[in-house]
Write a protein that binds this ligand. Structure first.
Ligand SMILES: [Zn+2]
Ligand SMILES: [Zn+2]
Length: 318
């Protein structure tokens, strides 16, 4: 029998192994990234104009904050607050516009990585264990395939929802209506800055935050017994919209609030707060609204740079 733990959507089978797998190139992923990287660079060199930069920054903020961080991560994946179905669709659609995957693809990528990181041994791909360039290649252009994968089940409210199924089938094509609108308003300059450069920077930035947030940074919390820990990356709150507080996220994955200590800026949570005041979201979960993870320990003197720090003794479960 397998001694692997199950998570909310991932269930090991008796034959499942979390460590026997291959890293293979994913041509769709690699060509999609390269296409937007080249087109984004062409945009910057052919149209070095301030309005292009403004469009890029504005669309980055909307798609990463409201879409990726709040819609995909805190709402669809973790259900850390509740909202109207129509608003959930809007937020998740904005997250699809980031250009990483559709709703089910995002849940799968997040939850399988999370499942791997909760086992006693985690291979270097899902743990971000390789060095900078190799990890970039693995995460941005390759896929990790287990020989005997676990069963992966997405809840029927998402898996069978016609709107989410449509977003899953068409997630790449979702750039087209936005590109058409940008073309009408600002020509090719706005298309290249607002779609291609944005997608390339979003994908690269997402990987980079994941890379450092599992290797080094400030460690406020330890989950004892796990091979992979999350680290906070102070100073990046405003440009990651709060996703830099990844050590807090490992400690309190159910929490809508990622920046939990004074001074930890979390624009995504500010946005959720605004929606709550407008009566559009409710049941917003904080760090203490659910039982603590077993083995979670507060570091008395947070380390400012860590490399797989020694684990504290496990506390009692729950
Ligand atoms: Zn998460
Ligand atoms: Zn993590």
């Amino acid at each position: 029998m397998s001694d692997l733990v199950a998570t909310e959507r991932v269930f090991p089978r008796p034959q499942t192994s979390a460590v026997n797998g291959d890293i293979r190139i994913d041509w769709t992923k690699a060509l999609w990234l390269m296409f937007h990287g080249v087109a984004g660079c062409v945009g910057v060199f052919l149209y070095p104009q301030i309005d292009g930069l403004v469009v890029f920054i504005a669309l980055m903020a909307i798609t990463i904050c409201a879409g990726h961080s709040v819609g995909m991560h805190r709402l669809l994946i973790h259900r850390s607050f509740r909202t109207h179905r129509w608003l959930e669709y809007v937020l998740v659609w904005l997250g699809t516009l980031v250009g990483m995957a559709g709703p089910s693809g995002m849940i799968r990528a997040h939850d399988l990585r999370d499942w791997h990181q909760r086992q006693t041994a985690c291979p270097p791909h899902p743990s971000h264990g390789a060095g900078f360039w190799r990890d970039a290649w693995w995460q941005l252009c390759c896929v990790y395939r287990l020989h005997a994968p676990p069963r992966f089940v997405i809840e029927s409210e998402v898996a069978e929802d016609p709107v989410y199924r449509w977003m899953d089938r068409t997630w790449m094509l979702q750039q087209i209506p936005l590109a058409a609108l940008l073309y009408l308003l600002g020509g090719w300059a706005w298309v290249l800055w607002g779609c291609s450069l944005r997608v390339f920077v979003s994908l690269s930035g997402h990987w980079m935050v994941g890379h450092f947030a599992h290797r080094c940074g400030q460690q406020d919390w330890v989950v004892a017994g796990l091979p992979v820990q999350g680290y906070n990356l102070p100073g990046l709150g405003l440009i990651t919209f709060g996703e830099n507080w990844h050590g807090n996220h490992h400690a309190f994955p159910h929490s809508a609030r990622l920046g939990i200590a004074p001074g930890q800026r979390d624009p995504g949570f500010v946005f959720i707060n605004c929606l709550e005041r407008l009566g559009l979201v409710w049941d917003v979960q904080g760090p203490d609204d659910q039982p603590r993870r077993g083995g979670l320990t507060r570091m008395d003197a947070p380390t400012s740079s860590a490399s797989r720090a020694p684990f504290s003794a496990p506390t009692s479960g729950a």
